[in-house]
Design a protein. Structure first.
Length: 447
């Protein structure tokens, strides 16, 4: 059970050791977690004396003033909101939302620089942007006109404000764990776009990222069949940390944190609408939009799925596990140097972050190659590309692939001995085939 690569013999045991080595490396240096790391407080403290001085100003002067202005603005918005509800004045309601968004942003001492034009478009469309905090929605909605948005269901003050106030302008709440909820939201979004109400703003990453990276864009916003208007947001992270870490801070805590900072600085880039090409899949379209946003905002584009930040649903775990398996079989066991089709596929999805971090160059300098040919980052990208490919496939096709697929050992032995006449299916494969046959019988009504 040996194979050769560059005149070096490799066995299944060699590959197992490489996988263990990669796992150990992930424990030491976790590339995924870096997309969600907050700024160290030390990075925002020039000196102890100066920090004490600005601390007094921020907490004993700026914060009380901003909180007072926020409360007064909230009272005025409540009046406008109730007036619009009672007399059914949609114009007043829209102006009220725009006003309240400005109140929020001003209470943070914000200085927002807008690049490009934000125009009202008279045909169905959606806005998409990179996501750092609930602050993103407020910054974008405080400029020219307000947006409706799509958000996962939350509790506390955030959930209350969303359900009672934002719900009135067409914003949508859903539970990510509920498949029926996701399908229902897709229909609601399509109806909202057709009615030409408040322009819909979607954050395709599906989670807050630390404004240094962009993670995988989920496909929901890109399968609506309408043009997408990309928006890139870049914060000045030397003055404050815009990232909302929901595990550590509640909505109210993060709100007070933003109010007590020196000021908020942000650059917003309004880009030209982008449409899906004829020969382009939904995931390829989303990746193209993500790269454009990352390039303009100076963010590092990674292929990781942000849903893994929290407890991912079982299907995502299974897809990632299958992606590792498929990557090993396709690019290690069955790889051919003249396999131009696979090479073109890799080039098509190659992530822009290969030129950045991840010790990519260091691996090459130290000649650290896994499976005799890949650096750590190269192989990780291959796995994530396979993950995207599997995630974009149909559900029944993926389940059939997992059930019918031979185990890794079966594929390895089959590659070596398939033509020798001594090849036989392993027990793992036979058990899966029984499950497939049983499922097929049930679905066809035989059992």
């Amino acid at each position: 059970m040996k194979r050769r690569y560059n005149n070096v013999e490799k066995t299944f045991l060699h590959d197992a050791v490489d996988y263990i080595s990669m796992g150990s490396r992930s424990l030491k240096r976790d590339e995924f977690t870096r997309s969600f790391e907050p700024i160290s407080p030390c990075d925002m403290k020039p000196s102890d004396v100066f920090y004490i001085f600005i601390f007094i100003i921020r907490y004993y002067l700026l914060f009380p003033i901003r909180l007072t202005l926020f409360i007064l603005g909230t009272l005025l918005f409540i009046f406008l909101f109730l007036f619009a509800l009672i007399f059914k004045e949609e114009g007043v309601m829209e102006s009220g939302f725009l006003f309240y968004s400005k109140v929020f942003v001003k209470s943070f001492g914000a200085k927002v620089t807008h690049h490009g034009n934000k125009n009202r478009i008279d045909y169905p469309h959606v806005f998409v942007a990179n996501h750092t905090s609930f602050l993103d929605f407020l910054v974008l909605s405080s400029h020219k006109f307000c947006h409706a948005c799509v958000s996962e269901s939350h509790g506390g003050l955030f959930g209350f404000l969303f359900k009672v106030i934002l719900f009135k302008n067409g914003s949508v709440l859903f539970k990510r764990s509920e498949k029926q909820d996701r399908e229902k939201v897709l229909k609601i979004m399509k109806n909202h776009i057709k009615r030409n109400k408040a322009p819909l703003l979607i954050f395709p990453e599906g989670t807050c990222v630390n404004n240094k990276y962009t993670v995988l864009f989920q496909k929901g916003a890109f399968e609506l069949g309408v043009p997408v208007c990309p928006v890139a947001i870049k914060y000045n992270r030397s003055l404050m940390d815009p990232y909302w870490n929901r595990r550590k801070h509640s909505f109210t805590e993060h709100l007070f944190y933003l109010m007590s900072r020196w000021r908020l600085e942000a650059d917003v880039y309004w880009l030209e609408p982008m449409s899906k090409l004829e020969d382009e899949s939904v995931h390829e379209f989303s990746e193209r939009v993500k790269r454009k946003i990352s390039e303009v905002a100076g963010l590092e584009s990674v292929i990781w799925n942000g849903y893994f930040k929290n407890s991912p649903i079982m299907k995502d775990r299974e897809i990632l596990r299958e992606a590792y398996r498929q990557a090993y079989l396709k690019y290690v066991v069955h790889w051919k140097n003249d396999d131009s089709e696979s090479f073109k596929y890799l080039e098509k999805y190659k992530s822009a972050d290969e030129k950045n971090d991840y010790d990519h160059d260091l691996d090459k300098q130290q000649n650290i190659l896994y499976f005799g040919k890949f650096t750590y980052k190269e192989y990780l990208n291959i796995v994530l590309i396979e993950y995207i490919k599997l995630k974009s496939s149909k559900t029944d096709h993926f389940e059939s692939m997992v059930l019918k697929g031979d185990c890794v050992r079966d594929k390895w032995w089959g590659y070596e001995y398939r033509n020798s006449g001594s090849f036989s299916k392993c027990k793992c494969y036979m058990k899966k085939m029984i499950r497939v046959e049983n499922n097929s019988s049930k679905s066809s009504g035989i059992i």
